[in-house]
Write a protein of this length. Structure first.
Length: 300
């Protein structure tokens, strides 16, 4: 991986880590599905009025938006609202890494190299070390929701690869537009009219939360992330996401006062070691060893 792309990946995970602080702040006054709808709604409009749709099948663009918006963030925000600590959520959602690699292998024939499997295993040990130190009091229901969010993130990663090389900003804008109406409908059904009442006099915290999630997180971070997925195998890109809990736990510690312990620091060291091993020798355009062709599973 080039230095430029490596720095872009680090910027992405830093923003995604900080987003957990923004989510927690926003959820203090806005219900989770409505907050999610606002995030993607402002990411889509007014940008969709001046940015043309990406040159990709409408079904794939919509599928990407639904997996990312309704699946990943709808479930994640609901879990945090129901009691999952923001920092711990940033950690547990990283089970999307093996989910993504497995889906890319099963659906697109991207066999991970042995070094990537070893590095991913070391990094996941780091995740486990942190989880064992912090996860004992996590409520079961919200924990399951976070795992579901991770599976949705993995699905969005695979769909992004099937879409291929298109305008990344256009993809994020139009996929955000596709996911906003379903989120609004779900919010009104599940959260009721009170979800709209919360918007009558929004706090500055809610406004800042939506702004950070809509622009630096949704448009910039996920746009860069999807670009990396089109240039590198999934097994080379997704290990970077294991840095998200490092940024998430540090930011929630500094801003929200969540505890920072020795097991978190030790686990973070393992995560960094695993990522370094996974990425060694990866280059732009690298392909997986021979297997089923990705084109064989492409939809029209």
């Amino acid at each position: 991986m080039t230095l430029r792309d490596g720095l872009a990946a680090i910027l992405v995970v830093t923003i995604l880590g900080l987003a957990f602080v923004a989510i927690k702040v926003g959820l203090e006054t806005v219900p989770p599905l409505m907050l999610c709808a606002l995030r993607f709604g402002f990411a889509a409009l007014p940008a969709a009025l001046v940015i043309r749709p990406p040159r990709a099948p409408v079904a794939l663009v919509a599928g990407f938006g639904l997996a990312l918006g309704v699946g990943q963030f709808g479930l994640l925000m609901t879990a945090i609202r129901l009691g999952m600590p923001a920092g711990l959520s940033s950690l547990l959602i990283q089970v999307q890494v093996p989910f993504t690699v497995a889906l890319a292998w099963a659906l697109q024939g991207e066999r991970p190299r042995r070094r990537q499997i070893l590095g991913g295993s070391i990094a996941l040990l780091g995740v486990a070390a942190v989880a064992l130190g912090r996860g004992g009091g996590a409520p079961l229901g919200p924990l399951i929701l976070v795992v579901g969010a991770a599976l949705s993130w993995a699905s969005a990663n695979v769909v992004a690869k099937r879409i291929g090389r298109v305008d990344r900003l256009a993809l994020m804008v139009w996929s955000s537009l596709a996911t906003t109406p379903p989120l609004l409908i779900l919010s009104l059904i599940i959260e009721g009219p009170g979800a709209l009442t919360a918007l009558a006099h929004p706090s500055w915290g809610a406004i800042g939360s939506v702004a950070f999630q809509a622009y630096p997180t949704t448009l910039l971070a996920f746009g860069l992330w999807n670009g990396l997925l089109t240039r590198y195998p999934a097994a080379a890109v997704t290990p970077f996401a294991l840095l998200v809990p490092v940024a998430g736990i540090l930011s929630t510690h500094l801003v929200l006062g969540e505890p920072l312990s020795a097991d978190i620091l030790a686990g973070g060291g393992l995560i960094l070691t695993g990522i370094a091993l996974s990425l060694r020798g990866t280059r732009p355009g690298a392909v997986a060893p021979p297997g089923p062709s990705p084109e064989s599973s492409k939809v029209a």
